[in-house]
Design a protein around this ligand. Structure first.
Ligand code: NAD
Length: 356
């Protein structure tokens, strides 16, 4: 370990095998306590969001930043964004610790990576927070369109998921139209609600659940989705189950209840453990791996870093390649007789190995 001083902040590098740079920052003045992990820059600078969370321990924060940054490497590799994988976590409860001084200090921490890590929004971080961060570093994406950013990524994620749902229907059932198909959407927040709109427009029957009943009601009134109990959504006899709320929803408890043909949604880490991917395959359920199908947001944000800045049209054309990436994954899965979740990792590793 080696410590360096930048303004009042202590930045300590940690040696973690398989990771390019992992560092911890502690800033007594602002109360900042954070980690940044750059897993790989083999394909480009490491882009990944900044998460704020009241982790129970240092270990929990470190484990999370390592897991998430590696995930970003794989996601960006398969999406061909020209970016590597990184992530930042800030330890603490948002209501207690958020301050201008803390975000300015976080900007200085990011700046100490000299552009190898580029930040964006993630859990508990708002665009207004990033506006402060960017006063002390230029390595910030996901700002408002009026500030030269690409704006809210959620509609782009939803567009990619919609295209992915269609690709999955085509692969599994031989026809990629959503007309007359049934789709159960778990969670109708920023991404899920937009997905529902696209599905209804395409003529699908859409069944939704959300812990927030008002969000469901808005969609019942607006586009005629059907409200379903949160407990029941996983076991519906539908063509597609689209998880758009939480991770780990395919687990030992839920897997026996599934009656869908396809699982394709926006949520990250849908499988509780990698072995659940194998079980889905054995049950004949086609899985669209999470980081392949939900890459629309990162593809859109990556557009900010391209030559000439962000261009919506070219971002949309890139998102439209998600079905191709999924088909590549399912082809590998079939050829090698492995779960789609493993096939996605193999594809990412192959792309990475060709870069070095
Ligand atoms: P969001 O917070 O706007 O929406 C999530 C919704 O899920 C909320 O309405 C919440 O009430 C609901 N919910 C929570 N627990 C639930 C449960 N047990 N049953 C039913 N509903 C429940 O989040 P979002 O931005 O729409 O993202 C949805 C998922 O997609 C998350 O897992 C996120 O990590 C992932 N994702 C989002 C993006 C993006 O661009 N926003 C990109 C990639 C992945």
């Amino acid at each position: 370990m080696s410590g360096t001083q930048k303004q009042s902040m202590d930045i300590t590098d940690l040696q973690v095998e398989g990771y390019e740079r992992v560092a911890k920052a502690v800033d007594a003045d602002s109360g900042l306590h954070a980690y940044i992990s750059v897993h790989s820059t083999a394909l480009g600078p490491a882009l990944g969001g900044m998460r704020m969370w009241p982790y129970e321990s240092e270990d929990a924060a470190l484990t999370d930043v390592l897991r998430l940054s590696k995930g970003m490497t794989y996601k960006s590799a398969v999406a061909h964004t020209g970016l590597g994988g990184g992530k930042a976590v800030v330890i603490g409860a948002p209501k207690k610790i958020k301050s201008e001084a803390l975000f300015l200090a976080m900007g200085r921490f990011i700046d100490a990576f000299d552009g190898k890590y580029i930040t964006a929004e993630d859990v508990n971080i708002a665009v207004s927070d990033l506006e402060i961060v960017r006063r002390s570093t230029k390595y910030v994406t996901g700002l408002l369109a009026k500030d030269g950013g690409s704006g809210n990524p959620s509609p782009y994620t939803a567009y990619g998921v919609y295209l992915g749902v269609r690709a999955a229907l085509g692969w599994k059932l031989g026809n990629d139209s959503v007309q007359g198909r049934s789709v159960a959407v778990q969670g109708v927040g920023a991404v899920g609600s937009e997905l529902c709109r696209r599905l209804r427009k395409g003529g699908a029957r859409v069944l939704v659940s959300d812990q927030k009943a008002d969000r469901v009601q808005v969609l019942v009134d607006e586009i005629g989705v059907e409200a379903v109990d949160s407990e029941a959504i996983m076991g519906l006899d539908v063509d597609v189950l689209a998880p758009c709320a939480l991770g780990a929803i395919v687990n030992d408890e839920s897997i026996g209840k599934l009656r869908c043909q396809v699982i394709a949604g926006a949520a990250n880490n849908v499988l509780h453990e990698q072995r659940h991917g194998r079980e889905l395959r054995e049950r004949g359920i086609l899985y669209a791996p999470d980081y392949v199908i939900n890459a629309g947001g990162i593809i859109n944000v990556a557009g900010e870093l391209g030559e000439g800045g962000y261009d919506q049209e070219s971002a949309l054309r890139r998102i439209e390649r998600i079905p191709q990436a999924l088909k590549e994954v399912w082809t590998i899965a079939e050829q090698e007789g492995i779960p789609a979740s493993d096939a996605a990792d193999h594809l990412a590793q192959k792309i990475l190995s060709q870069a070095v």
